[in-house]
Design a protein around this ligand. Sequence first.
Ligand code: ADP
Ligand code: MG
Length: 705
Amino acid sequence: MAPPAPRAAGARAGARGVKPPLTLDTEVTYLKGGGPAVAAKLAALGIARVRDLLFHLPARYEDRRRIVALNELKPGMESLVRGRVAGADVRFAGRRSLRVVIDDGGSSLLLRFFHFNDAQRQGFADGRWVRAFGTVRAGANGLEMVHPEYRVADDPELLPPEPRLTPVYPLVAGVAQPRLRAMIQQALEAAARDPDFNHELPGLGGPDTLTSLRVLHEPGGTDLGDLLLQRHPAQLRLLREELLAHQLCMRLLRRQTLARPGVRIEHVQPASARLQEELPFALTGAQRRVIGEIAHDMAAGRPMLRLLQGDVGCGKTVVAAIAMLGCAEAGLQGVLMAPTELLAEQHAHNLAVLLGAVGVETGILTGRLRKADRADALARAASGEILCWVGTHALFQSDVHFARLGLVVVDEQHRFGVAQRLALRDKGPRGITPHQLIMSATPIPRTLAQTLYADLDVSVIDELPPGRTPVHTAALSNERRAEVLARIGEACRAGRQAYWVCTLIEESEALQAQTAEETYRQLREELPELRVGLVHGRLKPAEKDAQMRAFANGSTHLLVATTVIEVGVDVPNASIMIIDNAERLGLSQLHQLRGRVGRGAAASQCLLLYQPPLSDGARARLEVMRTTHDGFRIAQHDLELRGPGELLGRRQTGLIGLKIADPVRDAAHIPALQKLADHWLASAPQDAKRLIARWVGEAERYAQV
Ligand code: ADP
Ligand code: MG
């Protein structure tokens, strides 16, 4: 077992000067340059412990190994320069700026700063030396660097070039490169002291783990070419190690789960027959087939571990409802877990109607319940009075107990991680492991599924309900916005409803919200006869609810939204989807968004508004959307259009905890690594544990077989 990380007691000892030795499991707050404020910021990068820093790899490298003479500089060069201060002054023309001229005897260069303090300004005293690194630009009066990274000293000897390439790390606001570099150095030292980390592992090839990490964090000049092409032996070694660790975890997890006793539930087929009498439609053949697979699993006496895949709109919810009803009829509880409050509420509403018709009550547990309601819900979950539950992450909290949990359904799996699935699995009564049904609308090719869902059996719904007409999709330059507005106005007057989705590349919720609010104001002016609604992640929960409800019951015509509506939202009367700046989104996301319309019988349209000129890649994506409706084919195009090294989506890879490997780019390694994983588990379980500990750091969790 890994030693427990020092917590508050360690901090007090540190304050007295007796620092606990750093280990890979120490929290980053205890590092030199750490502290609670820095630690809180690093958490946004997924960095909590020293171990995480090791695997926080550079996004690129800068070459600061040579000082470039000022007279060799050309616009566009990213260079290290050195010279004496030949004058510094503050200008107020336009924006206040600090202008420093440096001179190296051959030529001079202007350094410009817009953000600076007095101490910085005074540091540039005439005659002192400056070393600066930045991009050279052609300014109004010759070459210049704006906001270079710099250091000042009285003696040029104190400002030498760097011996190695300089790593540039993905950053978070408030933690600058130099601090991060210094912390990563400490992490490398801690790794060097850790015997388990240095234990050689057979069969992996290439340089060992620590050597490989050192190459990536502090490469020599000869490494650069291979690193950039992602084919350096150090990179290959690390990604193979990581994928192997992942395969081992998933195998252990599966083995461990299947070894537990499961509850035998034989009520799923009868529940299906019963619910079908209440449904306004007949189940598709594909739905009936997967219900059969689920019924079989749940009656088998061991826990079900099943992934249910199916394109948006194929009708996964009703399949889940049938499994939940089967569970309830066996007298056991089932929970359906959704990634957002919005979706949880919608599911709760639908299940209440559907299962209510056959006399089964549905409860809801989300983070936004009032205190008294929450207490009431907890009591009814713990007593077993309510058998069917819907919720969000709030279901994981430690005060949530279920009397007889028999089934866990996770909707839109890509927003949940393995750790969360484990937490739910352990919520069952002692000695019983609930059945697990994981539903995903992200169609992924088989090689990829082997990485993402290595521990699950797979069912696929490969058929849409009949009567759906494909969503007519067009790409329009936003110069034709007036035409689009006219179309929306006309359709809404005819009783239809539309979504207007605002997109941003930045993941910042604040910016997304701001963009949506501006669009909302503008559309209200442009379409004064329509009732316009607005949802985004920054709205208060009650407000979000009210907006969604108003749209769902038809009292607003047009809903302006951020991509929060990407998952799950189901308003069948909405038949127009406008995606603003569609060129910014990837294919999968566009497909998910488009899936919000075309759910009713009315012919639907999706208008992809773009800002010209289009890049080749964006043009190709919009063309795929225009001509293809099948999610699996779109996913395949998606993989082809993305360059190697571009991630499938940070969300997905982040959740399965991959730090280095890219499940798409590196899929070719998987078959061999699966064999190696089986071999290790059979003949070298200690090595398996070591590797998991090295990469995941909680080997105990996977190894308590
Ligand atoms: P998803 O698989 O994307 O979660 P949903 O479960 O939200 O899809 O279903 C999409 C819509 O299709 C819902 O309005 C649902 O009631 C409807 N639906 C589901 N199954 C059928 C069916 N067999 N025939 C007709 N409509 C169906
Ligand atoms: Mg759904």
